[in-house]
Design a protein around this ligand. Structure first.
Ligand SMILES: [Zn+2]
Length: 331
């Protein structure tokens, strides 16, 4: 029995529509617009599609998901539509087509310059008396001073709900985590000191990145971690055996910018948290990356937990690489 939800999750409706209607004449962020073929639209672009569905905002209000598109536009039977979704090409198709530079490019250089000034200032603060508490927090997570410096972590002092206007940007107070890749600054995430909402971003950055992507090579194994601190810790402890990267959270989606890179990696592992959100995220990733192996930790909810409870990340990685730890993704 095929998992219908997983099939849908790994197919991008926009790309199916693009196969039928050609490149979208209009992009608005993640929404792509076409002339609606269902009501033979002449003037506007009422058909809007996202990764997981489409809708006509014009006369006919036709809407649905990937499967609906195949059935209603291509007039496929349910079975044939399923077969169309259940091909590796659904994934490779995605990798080839969305490499649209307008979608994939970094933020404007002016934003990058301002945000770089912010993270430089935040670094100075972290290593000053004012940053002592934040530095202690990071070191309590097992990160060494070298890791913290290399990752260019910083600190913007202030209340956990507050923002500061720095270098013309609205900056949430907290620990700053820059997402740098190929000398470009893609975004800056901020770990708040307290509160329900743990993370915030400096407005204007671009999502859809892969943290620590600079360290990727095709020859070494890769572990997809749930968050930045786990990735930094695993890279620190076992970086000479593999590369640790992250999408930034359990719910973050893998974008076409990174999918082909990850599909090219032979030894690919997913090590998300053992809680429900983590397991959901890992299931989604497994559907995008069918060759990835899901890992479970010997103890603790996440990589940092495991380490702080005395776990040996290097030894664990050794086991993982030699295949003694793998859990079947197709559960
Ligand atoms: Zn329509």
């Amino acid at each position: 029995m095929r998992d219908l939800r997983a099939l849908k999750a790994r197919s991008d409706v926009r790309l199916l529509i693009e196969q039928d209607l050609g490149p979208a004449p209009l992009h608005q962020g993640r929404a792509w617009h076409w002339k609606c073929p269902f009501h033979h639209e002449q003037k506007g672009f009422s058909l809007v599609a996202w990764a997981d569905g489409y809708q006509c905002f014009g006369r006919c209000h036709e809407r649905g998901d990937a499967l609906d598109w195949l059935i209603r536009y291509r007039h496929l039977s349910f079975g044939d539509a399923l077969n169309t979704l259940d091909t590796p090409q659904a994934v490779s198709r995605l990798s080839g087509s969305l490499m649209d530079t307008r979608q994939a490019g970094p933020p404007p250089s002016e934003w990058q310059e301002r945000a770089l000034a912010v993270i430089t200032e935040a670094e100075e603060t972290l290593w000053s008396l004012e940053g002592a508490g934040a530095l202690e927090y990071l070191m309590d997570r097992g990160l060494t001073t070298r890791t913290i410096r290399d990752a260019r972590l910083g600190y913007v002092p202030g209340d956990f709900r507050a923002f500061r206007d720095l270098h013309g940007l609205r900056v949430p107070c907290g620990i700053t985590l820059p997402w740098l890749d190929e000398d470009k600054l893609w975004s800056v995430k901020v770990r708040r000191a307290a509160g329900e909402v743990k993370y915030a971003h400096i407005t204007g950055g671009k999502g859809g990145g892969l943290y620590n992507a600079d360290a990727l090579t095709e020859s070494s194994g890769v572990v997809l971690c749930e968050g930045e601190f786990d990735a930094l810790l695993l890279q620190q402890e076992a970086g000479d055996r593999l590369t640790a990267v992250t999408l930034g959270s359990a719910s973050a989606r893998l974008t076409p910018r990174w999918l082909p890179h990850l599909l090219a990696i032979e030894q690919l592992f997913i090590a998300y948290d053992s809680d429900e959100a983590g397991q959901r995220g890992a299931t989604y990733l497994g559907s995008m990356l069918p060759h990835a192996q899901r890992l479970s930790l010997p103890m603790g909810n996440d990589i940092t937990d495991f380490y702080l409870q005395g776990g040996d990340l290097y030894a664990w990685v050794e086991e993982v690489i030699h295949g003694q730890q793998a859990v079947n993704t197709h559960d």
